[in-house]
Design a protein around this ligand. Structure first.
Ligand code: HSE
Length: 422
């Protein structure tokens, strides 16, 4: 029998307890051993829980019990999660977490501690909730060189954008609906500002390219500046707006990485990912494009990924799983986003055709989606370094043109998909 401790009894933690209790037979069949929840760590009381007698408020009960071999961390946040997880690894216990903030900020350090103490540190649930992505990326696609990854990595913002696109609902009302349905937190900033998606693309980038990428190194924009005009102009262009995390390895060894809303062509598989669903597209040199799709959040999908990692730890008690990245990237490993070439949508007030063409030359004009607003929009179709586009937009502003908003175009697997930016 293997003893487990679960740190945190919120949505995911209670889901982990539920999945472990309801899948005893299946777990035993896979791991050839029984799994026993010995402790649940939480400051609150849960007298109605089927494991009410195993609750503790004292982390040391877990740390100092040598019979606990595997610890699940689902408390969230960096503190005290980092301290607890690090101590458990150093005490020779394997740790499984769903905490993307922890993995994105401290993954390299915790993987090194796991390696040093010959235990496992697994985090399948930290990206894409119930969607298998960490294991496929580190094992099933291991014979590939990953070229790039683009993902819809946040269910809350995808739900909001879907409401704006399909129901013509304003950002404010769609956010209120997401909060009413329990998708968005009362303080929704981590989701709507793109921070949650940023942590997830950092984890995927580290796994795919072997070096830790810190969220502070990634240019991140959220969705709160998008208007229904942008949504309508995107339709006119032939696509939809999605919040995308994108990372690509460059020939010089740098990576380009960004999180921001992007125009996605209707015929791109990412455009079909709606509501709270997530989708992650990986382009491998041998496989070509592979798409992972499913529920990226929620109690049971996330708990199922956590428990699958626990089963993996049970099966690898003597042999550590090879999951590792280093923290030794060169200072310029992440390319300045202003040097990243991109095609761009631009929305301006009034008719500025003469000034726009004087500055940018030929652009593609989009039919006025909402004539009443007096706004026009155009697409800079030929990718230019973003710095060049920003300089030209500043020249437009000097000519009296008011730029209302800009949105980048998704540019994925460009050689194969010329039409993506056509
Ligand atoms: N807030 C996240 C989302 C939860 O909306 O996707 C899962 O990380």
């Amino acid at each position: 029998m293997v003893n487990l401790a679960v740190m945190g009894h919120g949505v995911v933690g209670s889901g982990v307890v539920e999945v472990v209790l309801s899948h005893q037979e299946g777990i035993k069949r896979h791991a050839h051993e029984e799994l026993n929840i010995k402790y649940v760590l939480d400051l609150k009381e849960f007298p109605d829980s089927p494991v009410a007698d195993r609750f503790t408020k004292n982390f040391d009960d877990i740390l100092n019990d040598p019979s606990v071999e595997i610890v699940v961390e689902v408390m969230g946040g960096l503190h005290p999660a980092f301290d607890f997880v690090h101590k458990c690894l150093c005490a020779g216990k394997s740790v499984v977490t769903s905490n993307k903030e922890l993995v994105a900020a401290k993954g390299a350090q915790l993987l090194a501690a796991a390696k040093e103490h010959n235990v496992n540190f697994l985090f399948e649930a930290s990206v894409g909730g119930g969607i298998p992505i960490i294991r496929p990326l580190s094992q099933c696609l291991a014979a590939n060189s990953v070229l790039e990854i683009a993902g819809i990595l946040n269910g809350t913002t995808n739900f909001i954008l879907t409401q704006m696109i399909d129901e013509n609902m304003s950002f404010k009302n769609a956010l209120a609906l997401a909060q009413e349905r329990g998708y968005a937190e009362r303080d929704p900033s981590a989701d709507v500002d793109g921070d949650d998606a940023c942590r997830k693309i950092c984890i995927l980038a580290a796994l795919a390219f072997g070096k830790h990428v810190y969220p502070e190194q990634v240019h991140t924009e959220g969705i709160s500046d998008l208007s229904l005009s942008d949504v309508a102009f995107a339709k006119e262009w032939g696509g939809e707006i999605k919040l995308i995390g994108h990372v690509k390895r460059m020939e010089n060894g740098q990576i380009e990485i960004i999180v921001c809303p992007m125009f996605v062509k209707k015929n791109n598989m990412m455009a079909a990912i709606d509501g709270v669903f997530n989708g992650i597209m990986v382009n491998g040199d041998a496989t070509g494009e592979v798409l992972f799709y499913g529920k990226g959040a929620g109690k049971l999908p996330t708990a199922s990924a956590v428990v699958a990692d626990v089963i993996d730890c049970m099966k690898h008690r003597q042999a550590r799983k090879y999951l590792f990245w280093s923290d030794d990237a060169a200072p310029d490993y992440v390319q300045d986003y202003l040097d990243r070439p991109t095609a761009m949508y631009v929305r301006v007030s009034g008719n500025a055709a003469e000034q726009v063409e004087a500055v940018f030359g030929h652009v593609r004009w989009l039919a006025n989606a909402d004539a009443a607003s007096g706004e026009t929009a155009f697409i800079i179709e030929k990718p230019l370094p973003e710095r060049t586009i920003r300089e030209k937009l500043a020249r437009l502003a000097d000519m009296g043109v008011c730029v209302q908003n800009t949105v980048r175009l998704l540019h994925f697997n460009a050689e194969e998909n010329e039409e993506v930016i056509a």
